[in-house]
Structures are given as structure tokens and as C-alpha cells.
Design a protein around this ligand. Structure first.
Ligand code: ADP
Ligand code: MG
Length: 686
């Protein structure tokens, strides 16, 4: 092709090489033998292919409204074809009186059916075309279309390319044992058939083969990173369980651990005893009891003479952990300190001194821990709570705090669907706590409209009269921050009218307050000095106040599913029956309605996460990690779950048999991975 169109192809579709073109897959195929009659087109018709004579071409309108309108006639009727862009170029290519095959999406304008920016081809122009019954249609752009490189024309390029290729140009990379076992088609055949299949079955086979390849290669890459870390990384050794751990476990632990907590602790002990660095993601639904797992792991570190730290996303949470830990281990000979942004500089200096001389065992804090000035004597374990609040770079800094990288335990309460975890976190060690402490009752969740507000307030009052507490949460959406604060204040006044002082007291907590005010208000609620907490989502994660039994979420339609689930997780943390009330206006769109329905139907964070992924797509779930790791060309981790599971299993087996992929069978595969290397973020930390 000429340089002009070549450049456009690069700019518009990132197609620079033959390989790029081969991997620009069609999104559908048209059955070329099927021609629609114009008279058959109705409002249900989406794409049509018609054949007819061009009887008129006309330029109408002025300036911006200028458009090209052509009329096509077939034996049944006539139809208008419309162009808004590339008008002059297109006008030159249209010849009144000739027969065309026209393909495009139908639309209605003032009651008349028309096709905008259709793809035009002279009928019977290229006889060899006809042997392809299923003609591929490719993603294209308006710009390319206006230069004659629409979704069908790109197929001509691809076909031309294929006429130059032979089997050796697209060599097999999958091991033959796998091809045989899964009865997958060969690579060359698959590439050729995904573009130019003879029939639907051949197309499906090709598609499956290439999807499998994509997923398998990705799983293999993750598996390699993981197994190499297991074999070559260096980690400090926690080789024994000592007095601190044991005496805490037998004398001070306020409850029996759940099976899931025990399982995870075992995994952590095993990891940290090997001399390899642990890099473990711990996922546990809200309220599953991750905090005590963190504490016991820190005691394990201390038993082996190492310091540890716990990083929390907010000051409120860090303080809560600190208070909780100091209370629980007050009888143990350990020193624990809190370091946050509001720690006074004199105090901070002292803490750093003690960290460096080794007299401080456990440090709890916020981002302040990551700052360069904070150095340790021998940091052996770093725990990160609610990881989705931290960026990758911030977390990576923890690695530099010690000559041998500390063990890292990342805890998250945002459940990640299994398939997503496999693809996005496949290189990490991964634990799930899928069990709640005994005696918990599911939070009863209901959806109420604005009109029901008085009843909702009455209900809160009845709970308070029983000695319980309530949260009322207002949304905070960045684009309309000012408005949101106004709403919050209005809401606060409103609540106050229902719950007048001095019978009732209300705490208000939001991000614009001075830290001290926020802290005091929080503390008053913790101590049941105030019965109601009016807040923005600053309390979304981690806050643990078991006496609170009601969670009202205002404008609940503005929240995403995982956020709603997190917020709901603030109640139902004690033995009492708890309630979550989702308040909304009457006007809800379909997606919001869906979200609210799911919330009312289940308390299971993993089910909610699956739904969330279905609604929003995998790319939007759970922060920075996945972007780039999920951009499969063909596979879709929701629809192709079975292929993903299979690919994951096969990749693990292959690495078991041949950890370095050095056998003859795996040579091509290794080569392929190596060539893709640049694509991979070989990140060490979750
Ligand atoms: P999360 O996993 O959401 O961080 P927490 O660690 O805050 O959960 O625990 C939630 C509540 O459950 C806390 O009040 C905690 O004391 C309690 N808890 C944790 N483990 C157990 C257990 N094994 N038995 C009973 N209660 C537990
Ligand atoms: Mg927590």
C-alpha cells in the first residue's frame, strides 16, 4: 500500500508490521452469499448487505451540515446512503448507473431507513473473492473508512498477506503434547482460519486455539515469575515459633481462630521459614478477621528477632490498629509505636532512633512509614492493610528499608473474582480467607426511597434506644465536591432535627476537617459518646465498631458495588443483628437498579465481586494492578473462564515438568516468551 494509507494504518490502528496485521482480528464475518432485499429492512435489522444500482448522488446542506446522499435501488425498493465525512473522496468513487454491493449498519432518519457511512464495493468486481463465503470484517475507524480502508477492505490486505505466507512463517509454539491432549488446531491453520474460515466450526476451532494460546502464555509467564522468586529470591528466615507467639496464643487471644485464619497462618509460617522472600496476598472478605492474622505474624517476626511494620491507608485506621494491638499485647515484652502524618517531629525523631537502634519491635502507621528518613535496624516483615489504597510504587519502597527485602503480606478486603485473581495476581502467593468468625449474622439489607426517610429515621431511633449506634454515609464524588459538601451539611442538619441534643449526640467526620477534629469525633463515636456518625466514605475501610448496627447509605445509587459492600462491612461486626439501608431517589438507571438488587440479595463479597466484574468489565476492578495484564486480544476472562482454568492448570503442569522451559519441546515457547519480555512488568510486589 502507499505511504499515505500506510501511515494512517499506523496512526489509527497501531498496525506497523505484518504481525500486527495478522493479529488485527476480525470482529465478525459476513456471509457473502446472503443479500438482503431493501424492502425487508425494518427497525430490528442491524447490519445489512444489499445489492443494487446507484441511481443518484447528491451533495446537500451547507458547511457543517453538509452531507453526501446517494440512492440505491434494488428490485424491491430504494434506500438512502449518507456520508458526513470524507465527502469529496467518496463522491469521486461513486458512479451513478453502476451496480454495488453495500454493507453497513441501518438507521432511521425522519422515519426513513438509511445507511450512514456504508462500505461500497462494485458488484462482481473481484471474482476470486467469491470463494470466501464468510468474509471477515475488521475494526476500523472513520478516518480509515474515508480513505477506503473500512472494515472489509482491511480484509483484502490480510488476504494478500496470507498469499505470501507459508506454514514456517507462523510456527507452532505450543508443546505438541498439549496440542494433542486438547485437540487444538495448529498455529498457522488457526491464524488463517480466524481470518478466512470455510465454515463456522472451523472458525470456532481457530478462535479457541488462539484464546487458549493467549491465556496459556500469560499464565506461564506469571508462573515463571513466581517460581523464579521461590527459587532465587533471598529472604530472612523465621525458623521458630517462640514465647511471644505461644504465650499470646494461649493466654491473650480473645477467641478461637477460625479454620481459615489457621490455614493462612500456616501458609505464612511455611513461606517465612524457607529462606525465600514471601510475597503473599491475603484476601478476606470484610470482617473475616485479617487483623489478628497480621498481629500473630508480627509476633512470629519478633520471636525470630526481627522488626515488623503495619501500613494502613488512613490515620483513623492506623490509630485503631495501634490501640487494638497495644491493648492485646500489653502483657508482652514488646515495644509498639504509632507513626503518622500528625506525629510531632520530636516524637518522630525518637521513633526513628529506636527503629535504627533496634529497640522498637513493631511500628504501625500510615504513608509516613514509607518516607526515606524512616529506616529500620532489621525489618523482617511488612504488612500492608487494604492494599488497594496504595500505589505500586509506594509499596515497592518498603523493599528498600532493609538489606534483605522483608517478607511482604498484603491484605485486602476487596474480594477479587477467582478468574481475575488468576490473571492479575498469578505471580503472587495468594491466600483466601473464605470463612467468617462464628456467630455472625448476615447484615439485613434493604432499599428504600426518599419518601421513606421518616420511617428510616424512626428505625434508627429504635436501635439507638436499645443502646446501639448508627452510621449515615453521604457520597463524595470528586467532580462535584462542593455540592457534595453542601449535601453533607444539609444532611447533617436534617439528622440533627430528628435527633436533637442533648438526648442524642452526633459525630461528623469528613475529609475537609482538621485531623484533630476528625480524630476527636471518631473517638467519641468509638466510645459510644455519640450515637450517630454522619460521614463521607472516609470510614469506608477497616473501621471496627461492633456496637454499631445500622448503616444508612444516602444516594446509594452513586456508589459502586464494591464500595457499597465495604461500607456495609462496617456493621454486622458483633453478635447483634445489623441492618444496611440503601436510600435513593426515585429515578434510577438500569445499572444502579442492578447494583442495589445484588446488594439486597447477598452478603457474600465474592459473589458481589463476580457481579461487579460482569457489570463493569474486568479492567475496572481493583486498581492499578491489572491494566496491561488483562488486555487479551481474543480471550475474555469472564466468558472464557473454562479456557482460563484449563490454561492455568496446563501452565502449572508444564512448569512442574520443566521449570526453566529448557526441554526441546518447550524451546519455541520459551523463545516466544522471551520475545514478549518487554511487554511484561516484572514487578516484584503486588
Ligand atoms: P477484617 O478482616 O475486615 O479486617 P477484623 O480483623 O477487623 O476484620 O475483624 C473483625 C472483627 O472480628 C473484630 O472485632 C475481631 O476482633 C473479630 N474476630 C476476628 N477473628 C475472630 C475469631 N476467630 N472469632 C471471633 N471474632 C473474631
Ligand atoms: Mg481490616
Amino acid at each position: 500500500m502507499g505511504p499515505h494509507r500506510g501511515d494512517l494504518l499506523k496512526k489509527e490502528l497501531n498496525i506497523f508490521t505484518f504481525k500486527n496485521l495478522l493479529e488485527h482480528f476480525p470482529y465478525r464475518h459476513i456471509d457473502k452469499t446472503k443479500i438482503n432485499r431493501i424492502s425487508e429492512i425494518n427497525s430490528q435489522t442491524e447490519f445489512v448487505q444489499i445489492k443494487g444500482k446507484l441511481i443518484d448522488v447528491e451533495l446537500v446542506g451547507e458547511k457543517k451540515a453538509k452531507r453526501l446522499i446517494a440512492t440505491l435501488r434494488d428490485p424491491s425498493s430504494t434506500i438512502e446512503l449518507v456520508w458526513f465525512q470524507g465527502i469529496h473522496w467518496i463522491q469521486k468513487t461513486l458512479h451513478v448507473g453502476k451496480e454495488y454491493i453495500v454493507y453497513g449498519r441501518t438507521g432511521f432518519f425522519q422515519g426513513n431507513v438509511q445507511i450512514t457511512h456504508p462500505e461500497m464495493e462494485l458488484a462482481n468486481q473481484d471474482i476470486s473473492d467469491d470463494k470466501f463465503i464468510l468474509e471477515p470484517v475488521y475494526p476500523s475507524t472513520e478516518k480509515l473508512k474515508s480513505k477506503g480502508l473500512g472494515g472489509r477492505q482491511i480484509g483484502k490486505l490480510t488476504r494478500q498477506l496470507f498469499s505470501l505466507l507459508s506454514e514456517k512463517d507462523i510456527p507452532e509454539i505450543l508443546p505438541y503434547s498439549i496440542l494433542r491432549q486438547l485437540k487444538l488446531s495448529g498455529r498457522f491453520k488457526a491464524f488463517s482460519a480466524i481470518h478466512f474460515p470455510d465454515n463456522l466450526q472451523i472458525y470456532t476451532e481457530a478462535l479457541n486455539r488462539l484464546k487458549f494460546e493467549e491465556l496459556f502464555v500469560a499464565q506461564l509467564r506469571m508462573g515463571l515469575i513466581k517460581s523464579q522468586r521461590h527459587r532465587y529470591s533471598k529472604g530472612v528466615v523465621f525458623n521458630h515459633v517462640g514465647d511471644l507467639f505461644n504465650s499470646f496464643y494461649s493466654s491473650y487471644l480473645p477467641f478461637e481462630l477460625t479454620g481459615a485464619q489457621k490455614k493462612v497462618l500456616k501458609e505464612i509460617r511455611k513461606d517465612t521459614g524457607t529462606g525465600r522472600q514471601m510475597n503473599r496476598l491475603l484476601q478476606g472478605d470484610v470482617g473475616s478477621g485479617k487483623t489478628v492474622v497480621a498481629l500473630l505474624s508480627m509476633l512470629l517476626a519478633a520471636d525470630n528477632g526481627y522488626q515488623s511494620c503495619l501500613l494502613s491507608p488512613t490515620e483513623i485506621l492506623a490509630r485503631q490498629h495501634f490501640d487494638h494491638f497495644t491493648e492485646l499485647i500489653k502483657e508482652l515484652p514488646l515495644s509498639v509505636q504509632l507513626l503518622t502524618g500528625s506525629t510531632k517531629s520530636k516524637e518522630r525523631k525518637k521513633i526513628i532512633e529506636k527503629l535504627i537502634n533496634g529497640s522498637l519491635d513493631i511500628l504501625i502507621g500510615t504513608h509516613a512509614i514509607i518516607e526515606d528518613a524512616v529506616q529500620f535496624n532489621n525489618l523482617g516483615l511488612a504488612i500492608i492493610d487494604e492494599q488497594h489504597r496504595f500505589g505500586v510504587a509506594q509499596r515497592a519502597k518498603l523493599w528498600t528499608k532493609s538489606p534483605i527485602a522483608p517478607h511482604v503480606l498484603v491484605m485486602t478486603a476487596t474480594p477479587i473474582p477467582r478468574t481475575l485473581a488468576m490473571t492479575a495476581y498469578g505471580d503472587l502467593d495468594y491466600s483466601v480467607m473464605d470463612e467468617l468468625p462464628p456467630g455472625r449474622q448476615p447484615v439485613i439489607t434493604v432499599h428504600r426511597y426518599e419518601d421513606n426517610r421518616p420511617q428510616v429515621m424512626d428505625f434508627i431511633r429504635s436501635e439507638i434506644d436499645r443502646g446501639k449506634q448508627a452510621y449515615i454515609i453521604f457520597p463524595l464524588i470528586e467532580e462535584s465536591e462542593k455540592l457534595d459538601y453542601e449535601n453533607l451539611m444539609k444532611g447533617y442538619e436534617n439528622v440533627k432535627a430528628y435527633f436533637p441534643e442533648p438526648k442524642y449526640w452526633i459525630s461528623m467526620v469528613h475529609g475537609r476537617q482538621h485531623k484533630d477534629t476528625r480524630e476527636t469525633n471518631m473517638q467519641r463515636f468509638v466510645e459510644n459518646d455519640t450515637q450517630i456518625m454522619v460521614a463521607t466514605t472516609v470510614i469506608e475501610v477497616g473501621v471496627n465498631i461492633p456496637n454499631a448496627t445500622v448503616m444508612v447509605i444516602e444516594s446509594a445509587e452513586k456508589f459502586g458495588l464494591s464500595q457499597l459492600h465495604q461500607l456495609r462491612g462496617r456493621v454486622g461486626r458483633g453478635k447483634d443483628k445489623s441492618f444496611c439501608i440503601l436510600l435513593t431517589s426515585g429515578k434510577l438507571n438500569q445499572e444502579a437498579r442492578e447494583r442495589l438488587k445484588i446488594m439486597c440479595a447477598t452478603n457474600d463479597g465474592f459473589k458481589i465481586a463476580e457481579k461487579d466484574m460482569e457489570i463493569r468489565g474486568p479492567g475496572d476492578i481493583g486498581g492499578t494492578r491489572q491494566s496491561g495484564m488483562l488486555d487479551f486480544r481474543l480471550a475474555n476472562i469472564i466468558e472464557d473462564r473454562q479456557w482460563l482454568e484449563l490454561a492455568s492448570k496446563m501452565a502449572a503442569e508444564q512448569l512442574d515438568k520443566d521449570p526453566e522451559l529448557s526441554s526441546a519441546e518447550n524451546l519455541m515457547l520459551k523463545n516466544h516468551l522471551f520475545l514478549q519480555h518487554g511487554k511484561t512488568q516484572w514487578s516484584k510486589i503486588s
